[in-house]
Design a protein around this ligand. Structure first.
Ligand code: SF4
Ligand code: SF4
Length: 365
């Protein structure tokens, strides 16, 4: 069992030192970064979001991480996908504000990578971003939120989708595509499937071809039930979802293999927890009150703890976009939103030997 540091967002006293930014600084002090990062070139991997999204991590926390690396004797740079530089500036992740510059993980044009292989069916080769591989140490700085494809977007998603080229990212997504079978011959284009989908996942192209968004789909089967001609059918989706999570775990494994274990540290901010990933280009209200920030050395324990701390009972119902209602009736909050069990990624990562889901919380006061 691993101990994780936890700075709660709850404020007990009306004093700056009792608020989250101060607690977060103390969390970073307790993380003993000095012994790990001295003289190291440290990649701080973020997901900087896009468009008009405003619920990514506030620069004050990013600045605290950059300062902590500096105090530890390391030299840091922020990094995300190669085409995220403008989005980073829009959110204040600039050297003037946070103290470090943003570097495209795969170089300026997403062409700088190292090939690796995996044993996951359908994902024989992946491309790890060169500027991640070349770093001496890695801080995985995550904003925890829901995610239409994986259920949850935390540390695993941040690495698996953000430390590889866009080409590899597409291949990972493809692992869970095509649960549906559409028989064009049987289809009468009545569009009952489009109207019956509660989340707007079904559409027809101008040429009359049916398309279903794996991201939006909650596997409720309304579209197949309402199809009068059985033109649309769906396979049991669990197997492909597990394969997709296995693919993500394999990428994480290859990425972490580039570093000594002591040179990797995870931070997950459970603040402004929204239903969708930050790449959507807009924000919705937070689903639950802010929880706090976790820090630790074990990615599996980090993800398990983050999910455990986001509780269905804390849901603020008015924060759920109408298009996502009604919610499912079982499982984690994100499963009720997206139909996908967010703990599957924890199970797959643990099965791949990336850590243990058992953890204890050490609260930073
Ligand atoms: S299974 Fe449900 S959510 Fe998925 S496309 Fe069909 S109606 Fe929409
Ligand atoms: S409900 Fe069935 S027949 Fe009607 S448009 Fe959809 S796939 Fe075609």
């Amino acid at each position: 069992m691993t101990d994780l540091l936890f700075a709660s967002a709850h404020v007990e006293r009306l004093a700056a030192e009792a608020a989250l930014p101060s607690k977060f600084q103390r969390l970073l002090e307790q993380a003993d970064l000095g012994s790990r990062l001295a003289d190291k070139r440290v990649a701080i991997k973020m997901h900087v979001g896009g468009g008009l999204g405003y619920t990514t991590l506030h620069p004050i926390f990013v600045r605290a991480v950059v300062d902590a690396v500096k105090a530890a004797g390391g030299k840091s740079f922020l990094t995300d996908g190669s085409f995220s530089s403008e989005a980073a500036v829009a959110r204040g992740y600039t050297p003037e504000v946070v103290g470090a510059r943003v570097v495209g993980a795969g170089g300026e044009h997403d062409q700088y990578f190292y090939p690796r292989t995996t044993e996951v069916p359908g994902l024989p080769e992946i491309e790890l971003c060169g500027n991640i591989v070349d770093a001496d140490a890695l801080i995985v700085l995550n904003h925890g939120k829901g995610h239409g494809n994986s259920g949850f977007g935390g540390a695993i998603k941040n690495i698996a989708m953000g430390c590889v080229t866009y080409r590899t990212r597409g291949r990972i997504h493809a692992l869970m595509s095509s649960n549906f079978h559409w028989d064009e011959e049987l289809c009468t284009h009545c569009e009952q499937c489009v109207q019956g989908c509660p989340v707007g996942a079904v559409s027809f192209s101008p040429e009359g071809k049916l398309s279903i968004s794996d991201h939006h789909c909650r596997w409720c089967l309304h579209c197949t039930y309402t199809c009068p001609t059985q033109a649309l059918t769906m396979e049991e989706p669990g197997e492909k979802f597990a394969l997709f999570q296995q693919g993500m775990a394999a990428v994480v494994k290859e990425t972490l293999a580039c570093f000594e274990p002591a040179q990797v540290f995870y931070l997950t901010a459970l603040l402004s927890i929204t239903p969708l990933c930050d790449c959507w280009g807009f924000s919705t209200p937070a689903l639950v009150p802010d929880v706090g920030i976790l820090g630790g050395n074990d990615i599996v324990a980090m993800e398990q703890a983050a999910l455990d701390l986001i509780k269905w009972e804390d849901l603020i119902p008015s924060a759920v976009p109408e298009q996502m209602c009604p919610l499912g009736e079982e499982g984690h909050l994100f499963q009720r939103l997206h139909g996908k069990d967010p703990y599957e990624q924890v199970r797959q990562a643990e099965a791949m030997g990336l850590g243990s889901a058992e953890y204890g919380l050490v609260e930073v006061k």
